[in-house]
Ligand binder design. Structure first.
Ligand SMILES: Cc1ncc(COP(=O)(O)O)c(C=O)c1O
Length: 365
């Protein structure tokens, strides 16, 4: 049973899940990297292992979001992201597994090998992929999809916002914080002073912050920004925190209404670089370092940038004597067997550019 439901059994009937995630995810010490940085207590939470079909941070959110869709008899979900969105891919894979249709409205992004892989894998999963080059086109495409689905199914699709960061999706990371607490109590690591995690649409970092507050933990959260406003900004973090807490309190009013713990939360933008999904030298160096020292695969859009924040803070001496946890949010399940032999020409025309144009410079091997 999820630690969330052990703490507050009333949530179990109010918030149905599909048990998509393989939990708890492991915690491991990063001894070599820690020694290099002079951080004695450096650990990693392996959320790359959240799912057999596909891992990463989206699985915990989709457990609740798709749980609601199935409980309400929804037939189609509609979601949004950048062309290579891990969230759109995870949604495609898990909707297919649960007999739901998935429509993804995708917008342009800097090219990378992962964009190609994700597009092909999403296509194999049967998702309806739309490439929309402007906000106006995305709005029109969404309206058309609503109309089509209503004509076909007699009901509208369920909308999942970018990154799955609806208040209901965020509950998945409240549970993750309680899971960590149980692992701390079982002696897997000391209570962390600080957690470093990428902030894209904020669902992950805010869920953890709320979960730690509810669990009575002192752990601070550093949400290393990999996007800018309106996706990552303090104001949005406050709103999402309260909306998620309110949602839980509707199901169980005994859950305390704890105010946003501002002193335990920060959102550094220093590691984002020039743009979302444009790799940085520091991010790539971080990806290389953790691969060489600990054998952990990360990537340049989210986790490499988040780790580069942790490394910079450690190098400045700010983490001396602290217990530090890096929360790995990237999928590490290899999707190449599923996409072998798939021709990108089978994708809608707008996506062909990602296969015909060069990937960004820092992603060329
Ligand atoms: C690998 C990875 N890490 C981190 C994030 C950011 O998580 P969130 O959108 O919950 O802030 C995302 C999603 O956008 C992601 O795909």
């Amino acid at each position: 049973m999820l630690p969330l439901f052990e703490h507050w059994p009333a949530l179990e009937s109010g918030l149905p899940i599909l048990n998509l995630a393989t939990l708890p995810t492991p915690i491991a010490p990063m001894t070599e990297l820690g020694a290099d940085l002079d951080v004695e207590g450096l650990y990693i939470k392996r959320d790359d292992f959240t799912g057999e079909a596909y891992g990463g941070n989206k699985v915990r959110k989709l457990d609740f979001l798709l749980g609601k869709a199935k409980a309400e008899g929804i037939k189609t979900v509609l979601t949004f992201g950048a062309a290579g969105s891990n969230h759109a891919l995870a949604t495609a894979i898990y909707t297919q597994a649960h007999d739901l249709h998935c429509i993804s409205i995708l917008v342009p992004q800097h090219n990378a090998h992962s964009v190609r892989r994700n597009l092909l894998r999403g296509h194999v999963a049967g998702a309806e992929l739309h490439h929309c080059v402007s906000k106006g086109k995305a709005t029109l495409c969404t309206a058309n999809a609503f109309r089509r689905e209503f004509m076909k199914q007699g009901c509208f699709p369920m909308v999942i916002p970018p990154g799955g960061s609806a208040p209901l999706g965020v509950v998945g990371y409240v549970n993750a914080a309680l899971e960590l607490k149980a692992q701390v109590e079982a002696g897997e690591m000391p209570e962390p002073d600080v957690v470093y995690v990428a902030s894209g649409t904020m669902g992950t970092c805010i869920g953890l912050l709320l979960g730690f507050a509810l669990a009575g933990m002192k752990t601070r959260v550093v949400g290393v920004a990999v996007t800018t406003a309106p996706y990552t900004e303090m104001k949005k973090g406050h709103k999402l925190y309260q909306q998620c807490l309110d949602l839980m309190r509707v199901c169980d009013p005994t859950i305390p209404d704890i105010p946003f713990p501002q002193d335990r939360f920060s959102l550094p933008y220093d590691f984002l670089g020039e743009d979302y999904a444009l790799y940085t030298e520091a991010g790539c160096a971080a990806v290389k370092a953790i691969k060489e020292k600990e054998g952990v695969p990360l990537e340049g859009t989210y986790t490499g940038k988040a780790l580069s924040g942790l490394l910079a803070h450690a190098q400045s001496g700010a983490l001396a004597g602290q217990q530090v946890l890096f929360w790995d949010t990237y999928n590490s399940k290899d999707v190449s067997p599923e996409i072998e032999g798939i021709d990108y020409h089978d994708l809608p025309r707008g996506f062909h550019q990602y296969f015909e144009e060069e990937v960004q410079e820092l992603d060329r091997q």
